[in-house]
Ligand binder design. Structure first.
Ligand code: FE2
Ligand code: FE2
Length: 446
């Protein structure tokens, strides 16, 4: 096991340095073969400023799941207008300085990102230059090399990133790929027409035309902020509702929050994409909302429930799902709320679904829900220790709890991911939206 770990670290370092050498080697080659005398430096500075702006928070868009103004669009237009060398140098310098100065990343990470983006831009630029029609700006033909350059840029970028994350986190390449990229990223195709517009306007009237793009970008940015604020208002109302529900019963205080947090962590590890994780987070926060309709005598009963009381208790997923379904914004989480008590052996409720019918998200909530319940004090028993709760999960693996989810939770636990569980239980937790983002795995990239 120890040798295996050393081997994979060794491989990681090998890949890291190979990528860095290839990246900077390519930059040196490109710069050497390019006559710098003919370059329009003032224009390049304007493009560089835009590249910088696109890579900062201004360019980020939560609403569209991508960037309002993408750095790739700028890089593509620099490739078409000035060639591979300036594009690669710009990307590499921008990534390096941004990483070190703005983000405070470690030099190791900044150097890697710089080499990776430099390589992607350099190779894309070489492909562009090698193809016909690379200066056919009179008609639409330059779209052909431009599309090829965009494709190559993505492939190089994703390949290097995927390999290095996979070696760093020891997750299979394919799973890393699925986690980092999903179909929503197809929106990045918008970079192509945007880059073409930048190129054509520049050819027509010079670098100042880039300023024109600021207006649609700012408009998008503004609407994006509105969208974000709306979303937060929604979630905060939901959180307030959950808190009110749990405030009544000291034993479940913070339960939904923790279930959401565990669930997102596990979902991430099992390869769910951003959208699925967001829905899972809402599902976790809302899973017991249906208990609002159940009397406190049953919920707070200090002892085992009678059969008839349990029948009443079993209605909470359906009631909860009916409530959540009404809220359009959250309706994706309906199924998660409805089926969070289903079990792989079909003995869960409300529908007694079998393993194959239950979604991964429901399986995850089921495990996290049980885990948090076991590790919390209840009116009729003291909390189990984390170790004891894990043993219980393993004992009922395959019957009450889904195998993959239990294995994943166990793995994360052994990796020390859930070390702060007890503190999370002991303190009052202020609600923070977007849990999905605050637990980024420690990796040298991203
Ligand atoms: Fe529940
Ligand atoms: Fe629960």
């Amino acid at each position: 096991m120890g040798t295996e770990r050393n081997n994979s670290r060794w491989l990681f370092h090998l890949a890291y340095w190979a990528f860095v050498l290839v990246g900077y080697g390519l930059l040196a080659y490109l710069v050497q073969n390019r006559q710098t005398g003919s370059l329009p430096w003032p224009s390049l500075l304007v493009f560089f400023a835009f590249l910088w702006g696109a890579d900062t928070r201004l360019g980020e868009s939560q609403a569209s799941g991508g960037r309002v103004m993408s750095s790739k669009c700028i890089v593509l237009s620099v490739i078409a207008l000035f060639g591979a060398a300036p594009a690669a140098v710009m990307e590499a310098v921008s990534a390096l300085v941004r990483g070190l100065v703005q983000k405070g990343s470690s030099p190791r990470k900044a150097i890697f990102n710089s080499a990776m983006l430099g390589t992607a831009a350099g190779v894309a630029g070489l492909v562009y230059e090698a193809l016909p029609w690379s200066d056919a700006f009179q008609g639409p033909l330059f779209f052909i090399p431009l599309s090829a350059a965009m494709l190559v840029h993505s492939v190089v970028n994703q390949f290097m990133l995927g390999v290095i994350i996979s070696l760093d986190t020891k997750l299979p390449f394919e799973r890393v790929y699925r986690r980092t990229y999903n179909w929503a990223r197809l929106r990045a195709l918008l970079d192509l027409p945007f880059a073409a517009m930048v190129v054509l306007l520049y050819m027509q009237a010079g670098a100042w035309t880039l300023v024109l793009f600021l207006f649609p970008v700012l408009a998008l940015y503004q609407s994006d902020r509105l969208y974000q604020r709306n979303k937060e208002a929604h979630i905060n109302s939901i959180a307030a509702l959950t808190t009110a529900l749990e405030a009544d019963e000291p034993y479940t205080h913070g339960h939904s929050y923790r279930v959401a947090k565990y669930a997102v962590r596990i979902g991430k590890d099992l390869g769910m994409d951003e959208d699925e994780l967001e829905t899972l987070e809402y599902g976790g926060l809302l899973h017991d909302i249906g208990k609002i309709a159940i009397t406190n005598e049953i919920i707070c009963k200090p002892g085992r429930l009678t059969d008839s009381e349990f029948e009443v208790m079993k209605t909470h997923p359906t009631i909860g799902a009916d409530i959540v379904e009404q809220i359009k914004f959250l309706s994706d989480a309906t199924e998660l709320v409805r089926h969070h008590h289903e079990r792989p052996d079909g003995r869960g409720y409300p529908h007694g679904q079998k393993d194959g019918e239950i979604s991964l998200g429901c399986h995850i909530l089921n495990v996290c829900d049980a885990f948090d319940a076991m590790t919390s004090d209840r009116p009729y028993r003291k909390a189990l220790s984390v170790e004891q709760a894990m043993e219980e999960l393993v004992r009922y693996k395959g019957t009450q709890f889904e195998e993959r989810v239990v294995d994943c939770m166990l793995r994360l636990y052994h990796q020390g991911e859930f070390n702060n569980m007890r503190e999370m239980r002991a303190t009052t937790i202020p609600f923070q939206p977007n849990l999905a983002e605050d637990e980024e795995k420690q990796s040298i990239v991203s």
